[in-house]
Every structure is written in structure tokens, then in C-alpha cells.
Design a protein around this ligand. Structure first.
Ligand code: PGA
Length: 250
């Protein structure tokens, strides 16, 4: 039986609501629903309602947010809560994306609180982990990834979140937006390590996505790794034609 592959698009700070609408007008015409493919978009929060409406009727396409706060409400200027995202139709949330960690100072402790907040509100958390180039050169990649995974392993040990509604994305920081991609062997090797850590908490089946300069040209070879269950795509998810080609990769 073929496995279900996940194709996720992280639009970062791109696309106002009208741009999201024109993206889906074209993209949904290019991609027919397929039982073995799950597609998730992470538009900027302001474009979420438009994206949700444009994709209604397509059960293979889900919409998520890029970021949430762990509190439900309060004096947190500029933030949105998991419950608000859910109420706007979002079904998932990225957590711990490297840009949040490195540009905005998100800590490992905060990612733990966000994992629980997402799960409580009924959002699928997609925890992003990955080492910097200095950490890789210092042979610390595995240790860094293990530390970043710890809040998730902790939640799973305590049954704080559902094993069936969570994903992990391995995104080496040096491969994000740089055109440098981890080799398929490097990606598979780290995915196998992440899988082994998840196995220790009976969660080996959690889907593992690879991210970092994924393009139509390299998606198939990256997905050939047996522990690579999908891709998280930034730049190449902004164009309907390029993301549709990625979603057709097998
Ligand atoms: P990229 O971004 O595909 O543009 O490298 C990936 C990501 O940051 O999720």
C-alpha cells in the first residue's frame, strides 16, 4: 500500500488575502484530490479566512497558521491564540520554525507551551527542528535536534497531546532559503534518528517532513528516503505551478 505523503507550503510573510485567492484559483485547478496526498498551507494569519474559504470542499487541502501564542487571550499585543486561529478555520500550526527561534527568540520552553495550546484548541501542531551550520560543523546536529524535540517527547510521554495529531518537520537552518539542500542521505539519516526518538514514546508513526530549499527538481529524490513522509516548502510554494509540481512528486 502506498503511504500518504504530506506537502506543506509555508508562505512566510507573503500574500495578502487577494493574492491568496488568485493562488488557489490556479493551484486547485492544477491539482486533483488524491487519497495518498495531504496538502497543508500556512499563509499569513490575515489570509487564513480567504484560504479556508477558497479550499472549502477540498478535504485534501488544509490551512494552518505560522505561529500562535500559548495563552488563550490577554494583553499580548500582536499575538493570536490557538483558539482564535481555530475559530478562523485553521486546522494546523507551525511551531518553532527556525525563523521564529532565530529572528524572534522563541525558546524551547515556549515551543512546549505552544504544542499544548495548539493541541488543546484542536490544531495539528507541526514542530519544526533543525541545526545551524555552526552546530553541524561542530558535530552537534543530532544533539540540537534532540533538545528541540524534547518538549514534544515530553508531551507524548505524559499523553499531553495526541500521537495521531502531530507532525515534525526537520529543517536544517543552513538549507532554508539558501538554495542548499541537505543530501537525500543526510535528510534520511536525521529522519531515522528522529523516528527512533519518537519510537521510544510509542510515536514512531508521526509523519516526518523535510524542509529547506525543496524545489520541483529535488522533491522526488528527497521523498525517496524511507523516513521522509513529506516536505515543508517555503519559496517554491509561492507559485501555483511550482508547488503543484512538488505535490505531484513521488
Ligand atoms: P525554503 O523554506 O523552502 O524557502 O528553504 C522552507 C521553510 O522555511 O519552511
Amino acid at each position: 500500500m502506498s503511504r500518504t505523503l504530506v506537502f506543506a507550503g509555508n508562505w512566510k510573510m507573503h500574500k495578502a488575502p487577494a493574492d491568496a485567492r488568485s493562488f488557489f484559483d490556479e493551484f486547485l485547478g492544477r491539482i486533483a484530490p488524491a487519497g495518498d496526498r495531504r496538502i497543508i498551507f500556512f499563509p499569513p494569519a490575515l489570509a487564513v479566512p480567504t484560504a479556508v474559504e477558497a479550499c472549502s470542499g477540498r478535504s485534501d487541502v488544509e490551512i494552518g497558521v505560522q505561529h500562535i501564542h500559548w495563552e488563550e487571550l490577554g494583553a499580548f499585543t500582536g499575538e493570536i491564540s490557538a483558539g482564535m486561529a481555530r475559530a478562523a478555520g485553521a486546522q494546523a500550526s507551525l511551531i518553532g520554525h527556525s525563523e521564529r527561534r532565530h529572528l524572534f527568540g522563541e525558546t524551547v520552553g515556549e515551543t512546549g507551551k505552544k504544542l499544548q495550546a495548539a493541541s488543546r484548541a484542536g490544531l495539528l501542531p507541526v514542530l519544526c527542528v533543525g541545526e545551524t551550520i555552526d552546530e553541524r560543523r561542530a558535530d552537534r546536529a543530532e544533539q540540537v535536534v534532540r533538545e528541540q524535540l524534547e518538549p514534544l517527547l515530553d508531551c507524548l510521554r505524559g499523553n499531553g497531546i495526541s500521537r495521531d495529531r502531530v507532525m515534525v518537520a526537520y529543517e536544517p537552518v543552513w538549507a532554508i532559503g539558501t538554495g542548499e539542500t541537505a543530501s537525500p542521505d543526510d535528510a534520511q539519516e536525521m529522519h531515522a534518528r528522529i523516528r527512533a526518538l519518537l519510537d521510544e514514546v510509542d510515536a514512531a508513526h508521526v509523519p516526518l517532513l523535510y524542509g529547506g530549499s525543496v524545489k520541483p527538481e529535488n522533491a522526488s529524490v528527497l521523498l525517496s528516503g524511507e523516513d521522509v513522509d513529506g516536505v515543508l516548502v517555503g519559496g517554491a510554494s509561492l507559485e501555483p505551478s511550482s508547488f503543484a509540481r512538488i505535490c505531484d512528486a513521488r
